[in-house]
Write a protein that binds this ligand. Structure first.
Ligand code: IPE
Ligand code: IPE
Ligand code: MG
Ligand code: MG
Ligand code: MG
Length: 301
């Protein structure tokens, strides 16, 4: 059978949606107490019914390079996706990008309130690590600890959160091209990098294979944010499910703002080329990762 990216994207998204729905229920979330209904509802609003689920797809495809079955990658995919969803809930807050629409729905702080959105994000973040700690994620505790460390590196002050800080600082102070690239590598690239590396770790990659896949992920991550910044200028809110023209309105410093659409599109092409080049040591087993990198540049939403 010939490979279809569209089919893989669809089946991965359906599987993640199903698994998230099961996971974000009272019993799996209970600690010494019962999670408040309003918090649970806001967590579900911020994570279910929407999203391309590209990070779980990367976990699955990177593990697939080493022959691991998709079902064995779902929990690690859920952990990354919960971090991603939390990052969006907080990114949309009035104190950050101040957005009302996300994935075609009101943002969590609009549907609930700021405090609930902050707490729902916090709870999604925390639960991601609880999912990784569970033996169901991988039978070997050493492997699970590596996953925890990867996700923490991708999500934290030297990764996504640090990149978000640079993004906010960039609203009021000049960033040169290098600094913009660094911001993108952190706010968006770091979680994409973590997704690929977590998949590779689950699959039992050698150090050498992990290095090649990391190179792929870093190039793909740069491309992903550049495409997002291009779509903010070139696409419609209806197609994206989120407001457009926001980066210019907020004074965000992006490669697109700095170089213009055409030069940015050229850079995007180069980044995809770099991502594909990093996969040359691999054969057909990396077909999915290649298709995903191409999709990063061609996507319309
Ligand atoms: C949007 O990410 C935010 C960025 C990191 C650029 P996605 O485009 O993956 O958003 P969803 O998950 O599909 O909604
Ligand atoms: C988001 O970048 C990066 C995150 C870590 C959430 P953007 O602020 O450009 O993402 P959108 O355009 O709101 O989805
Ligand atoms: Mg932002
Ligand atoms: Mg935003
Ligand atoms: Mg954006």
């Amino acid at each position: 059978v010939t490979y279809s990216f569209k089919d893989e994207l669809k089946s991965c998204a359906a599987e993640i949606e199903r698994a998230l729905d099961t996971l974000l229920a009272e019993a799996p979330l209970s600690g010494p107490g019962v999670p408040p209904q309003r918090l649970l509802a806001a967590m579900r609003h911020g994570s279910l019914n929407g999203g391309k689920r590209l990070r779980p797809l990367l976990v699955r495809q990177a593990a697939g390079v080493f022959g691991l079955a998709p079902a064995a990658t779902v929990r690690a995919g859920l952990a990354v996706e919960m971090i991603h969803c939390y990052s969006l809930v907080h990114d949309d807050l009035p104190a950050m990008d101040d957005d009302d629409l996300r994935r075609g729905k009101p943002t969590v702080h609009k549907a609930y309130d700021d405090a609930t959105a902050i707490l729902a994000g916090d709870a999604l973040l925390t639960h991601a690590f609880s999912v990784l700690a569970d033996p169901a994620t991988h039978p070997d505790a050493t492997n699970r600890i590596r996953l925890v460390a990867e996700l923490a590196a991708g999500a934290g002050a030297g990764g996504m959160v640090g990149g978000q800080m640079r993004d906010i600082e960039g609203e009021t102070s000049f960033l040169n091209e290098r600094a913009i690239a660094q911001m993108n590598a952190m706010k968006t690239g770091a979680l994409i990098r973590a997704s690929v590396r977590m998949g590779a770790i689950l699959g039992g990659a050698s150090d050498e294979a992990l290095d090649h896949l990391t190179e792929y992920a870093e190039a793909a991550g740069r491309a992903f944010q550049l495409a997002d910044d291009l779509l903010d200028v070139t696409a419609s809110a209806a197609a994206l499910g989120k407001a457009t023209g926001k980066d210019a309105e907020k004074g965000k410093q992006t490669i697109v703002a700095r170089l213009g659409v055409e030069a940015a599109q050229r850079q995007l092409g180069e980044m995809i080329h770099d991502a594909l080049s990093a996969l040359t040591p691999f054969g057909d087993e990396a077909t999915g990762l290649r298709a995903t990198a191409r999709f990063f540049a061609e996507r319309e939403s």
